[in-house]
Ligand binder design. Structure first.
Ligand SMILES: C[S@@+](CC[C@H](N)C(=O)[O-])C[C@H]1O[C@@H](n2cnc3c(N)ncnc32)[C@H](O)[C@@H]1O
Length: 422
């Protein structure tokens, strides 16, 4: 390991640093975040950035709107990896009026910043995270946004693999389902290795995800999709639609997608991440009134409401149990965690009901205890609702390490210098 070359990493939309925590857990010698960017739009207080800067020393920490950072900033970073969790927005494009600039995406859509930075740095690998809805968006033209993204990577010269992963199914304490997207530059040893396999083999065994997130070797419900993206990205944006499944692979515009099911690993129950009751501050316990309020919020209901246009309609929602089951992993944490909201976890211990503490929320995502103690409780819950499950990134980091080991050769007498195998 001491001979492994460093992989300079750019972390975009860093939040409180979930990608970096996971990659450094995988191998702190291999992954070096040289540039991390986090900026909370239109807010004076930059709690997530302050937390990031107080937990990490090395590298440049940028607290700027990414859209205002010029390509100059990335020039001498020698970045080999770009990572980031970015919002699901509208990725439609139009032909630019001048005709010279080619295509134009909507203003403020952050995926285009990722594209710009990948173009400026030509990293070996790109690892992204998003809500799984991205595969289906928008509702009126299913799969368009994801196809635009795939075509963007195709045009940049990358092979892409994706997988929807529910953290609880791979030994983590939270039922959090997200799509992870791994892109590798077409001239890397790994991209070339993938070319030699059948698409099913990539998705079942040989690709980026399967070795560290094993799946059963069967196409579930025979859900399979194979196609070729139109060359013209504006045509994709205007007319293309597809039902992408939870696993897939794209090379030179040809995509294969199947529905896979995980080989389940033992789930971590909520009970395992609770703090000892005697250390939990009184402020996290629910008053009698709050207990009643939660019964209502979590109960089944049908309520008459009036729309903005004045129409009366019935709003209904199904019931959920009054308290969260301690024998199961937690539910998906949202940014509203810890507020009186039906999505907040409510646990009952020794006959008393309470919220999860901020430390317990950090544990649900696999962060070290008190990672976010630089900010208020409200912001700690908020940042954990935005963050990712670092144990998943740790495995992806281990997978990148395996790939690096397989595809680099040491040059004799030149310690710490590797070349890509021909
Ligand atoms: C989904 S969160 C990512 C959380 C992160 N993966 C973590 O583990 O904490 C997206 C982040 O992007 C940041 N963000 C939104 N717009 C931005 C912009 N224009 N420039 C830089 N960061 C931005 C948000 O403040 C938020 O923290």
């Amino acid at each position: 390991m001491e001979h492994m070359n460093k992989l300079n990493t750019i972390e975009l939309f860093a939040g409180v640093g979930g990608f970096r925590v996971g990659l450094e857990k995988a191998n702190p010698e291999l992954f070096k975040v040289v540039w991390g960017n986090q900026w909370e739009p239109s807010k004076k207080a930059q709690d997530a950035f302050d937390c990031y800067a107080s937990n990490f020393d090395e590298g440049i920490h940028s607290n700027e709107d990414i859209t205002t950072v010029t390509d100059e900033a990335f020039k001498n970073l020698d970045a080999q990896i770009v990572v980031g969790g970015f919002p699901c927005q509208d990725y439609s494009v139009a032909r630019s009026l001048s005709g010279e600039k080619g295509i134009q995406g909507k203003k403020g859509v952050l995926f285009w910043e990722i594209k710009r930075i990948v173009e400026a740095t030509a990293p070996r690998y790109v690892l992204l995270e998003n809500v799984d809805r991205l595969l289906k968006s928008p509702a009126s033209q299913r799969g368009r946004d994801f196809a635009v993204m795939l075509a963007t990577f195709r045009d940049l010269g990358y092979t892409v693999e994706w997988r929807v992963i529910n953290a609880a199914e791979y030994g983590q304490a939270q039922r959090r389902r997200r799509v992870f997207i791994f892109a590798t530059r077409n001239d890397t040893g790994f991209a070339k290795e993938l070319e030699s396999y059948e698409s099913d083999d990539v998705l079942f065994d040989k690709g980026f995800f399967a070795p560290v997130f094993p799946v059963k070797r069967e196409v579930i419900k025979n859900r399979r999709l194979h196609g070729v993206l139109p060359d013209d990205i504006v045509e994709i944006s205007d007319t293309f639609s597809a039902s992408f499944h939870n696993s897939g692979f794209m090379k030179d515009g040809e995509f294969f997608s199947i529905h896979t099911e995980p080989v389940f690993e033992k789930a971590v129950p909520l009970a395992d991440i609770l703090e000892p009751e005697e250390t939990v501050d009184e402020k996290y316990y629910l008053s009698e009134a709050a207990v009643e309020k939660f019964k209502f919020l979590r109960g089944a209901k049908k309520i008459e409401r009036t729309s903005a246009a004045g129409h009366k309609y019935i709003y209904s929602e199904g019931g959920m149990s009054e308290i969260d089951d301690l024998d199961k992993p937690g539910r998906t944490m949202l940014t509203s965690e810890g507020t009186t909201n039906r999505s907040s976890h409510v646990v009952e211990v020794n006959g008393r009901r309470r919220f999860l503490t901020p430390v317990e929320c950090e544990r649900l995502n696999g962060f070290p205890d008190n990672w976010t103690n630089t900010m208020s409780d409200r912001m700690r819950y908020f940042c954990m609702g935005n963050a990712l499950v670092v144990g998943l990134i740790e495995r992806m980091g281990q997978r990148i390490e395996q790939i690096e080991k397989k595809h680099t050769v040491e040059v004799p007498n030149q310690e710490k210098f590797f070349l890509e195998q021909p």
